[in-house]
Design a protein around this ligand. Structure first.
Ligand SMILES: [Zn+2]
Length: 402
């Protein structure tokens, strides 16, 4: 999917919701305030009343003729759910129609060893949080899921090592009926950075996450680039010269074998990130060499990617960036060495500014805001019904919540 990373112009539904978030209003008042016809207002209100985001309140004024119907926001009704599952933590949010976070959950080190188990635990935690606050979850219209697997809309994964989109849908379906929009965790996090974080207002940037693996994503001309089959941005699996370590993807020499948390710890002779940090602070030569090797490899990959899309910035995220903030400068120096010296590039390397809950919010936003790419995507895929694109499952639920 090519999700737009710029806020779209508000629809009439959005404007009604914003207006009612300040105070209840009658239909006549809404028509006047929003400068729209009774017919258009009625159409937009039908959607909002059907989904339960707006509710009528009868205001009886004794002895003054017909009672007036006031419309108000149903502040406790959940509209969208966002779920973000990574190998090390999970986050979830539940949003109202106006985008307010009604409930959230954050699980560090989820108990289950499987992705679906982690997803289940996350759904359960979010549901419990919503129930304890008396939130009405019967009207959830949109569910977005970020999972650490290559499952862009048109991705065809040549492996059964990952759960399918149908598997994901069967888990979320036990809590919320809406067909989930599923995409890769890194892409969801990058999308959120583009909307509200370090990439806000930037037309083009590269997002790179250094965590259990190395995941990348490209935003070009305010669009999260998916490519022909949803797999664009797999920067972690670009081969780095002089490296023949076997990668989890089955290939040798990927940057992930130098710059993921497990790879970096192994090369530094540390059992975990805490030990690695202690070794680096103690100027341990092996640890410093491993960190420098990672920065050099990442800089090389980012330099090549930058030549391709000319980004405004590189946004780096993940536990390695959190543990060693100065790695940004090292990465930037190595990246600049790959760029053409005769041209002015002016590319900043900055840290991501949103946490996992922000990324989960991105999942909910994507699900609740179907983009105009639907028709184009339909044209591109005349043969629906493949392993990961069967009708009604695993694709954006545009018809479900419009
Ligand atoms: Zn690889």
């Amino acid at each position: 999917m090519h999700y737009p990373t710029r806020h779209p112009l508000p629809t009439l539904e959005d404007r009604i919701v914003t207006h009612l978030s300040f105070s209840p209003a009658t239909r006549s008042q809404l028509c006047e305030a929003l400068d729209t016809s009774r017919t258009n207002l009625g159409r937009a209100l039908t959607t909002l009343l059907d989904e339960g985001s707006v509710v009528p309140v009868r205001s009886n004024a004794p002895g003054r003729g017909r009672p007036t119907q006031l419309l108000t926001l149903n502040a406790s009704a959940a509209h969208a759910v966002g779920l973000l599952v990574t190998r090390t933590s999970c986050a979830a949010v539940m949003l109202s129609r106006s985008g307010t976070v009604l409930a959230s959950a954050h699980i560090v080190s989820p108990a289950s060893p499987t992705l679906l188990g982690c997803l289940e635990q996350t759904c359960e935690a979010l549901s419990a949080s919503a129930t304890s606050q008396g939130i009405d979850v019967s009207r959830v219209r949109a569910v977005g899921v970020g999972a650490p697997i290559p499952m862009g809309r048109h991705a065809r994964v040549a492996s059964d090592a990952y759960p399918s989109v149908e598997d994901v849908a069967s888990v979320t379906g036990r809590w919320w009926q809406a067909v989930p929009v599923v995409d890769n965790t890194v892409r969801m996090a990058a999308f959120a950075e583009g909307l509200w974080g370090a990439g806000s207002g930037m037309s083009s940037f590269i997002y790179l996450r250094l965590s259990g693996g190395v995941g990348g994503c490209v935003v070009s001309d305010f669009r999260l680039v998916g490519g022909a089959t949803g797999l664009a941005g797999e920067l972690g699996h670009i081969t780095v010269a002089g490296n023949d370590a076997l990668c989890g993807c089955g290939k040798r020499g990927c940057v992930e074998t130098l710059a993921s948390v497990p790879a970096l710890c192994e090369r530094a002779g540390a059992r975990d990130l805490r030990e690695l940090r202690a070794a680096v602070h103690a100027d341990d030569e092996r640890a410093l060499a491993a960190l420098e090797g990672a920065a050099r490899a990442i800089g090389y990959v980012l330099g090549s990617a930058a030549l391709l899309i000319n980004p405004k910035a590189i946004i780096v995220a993940g536990e390695i960036v959190d543990a060693f903030p100065q790695i940004k400068e090292d990465i930037a120096a190595h990246m600049r060495a790959e760029l053409l010296p005769v041209m002015e590039w002016d590319i900043d390397v900055v840290a991501a500014s949103l946490g996992p809950l922000g990324a989960a919010q991105g999942c909910a936003y994507i699900a609740a805001h179907p983009s105009g790419d639907e028709d184009a995507d339909r044209e591109r895929t005349p043969h629906r019904g493949g392993a990961t694109a069967s009708p009604g499952v695993g694709v954006r639920a545009g018809g479900e919540h419009s």
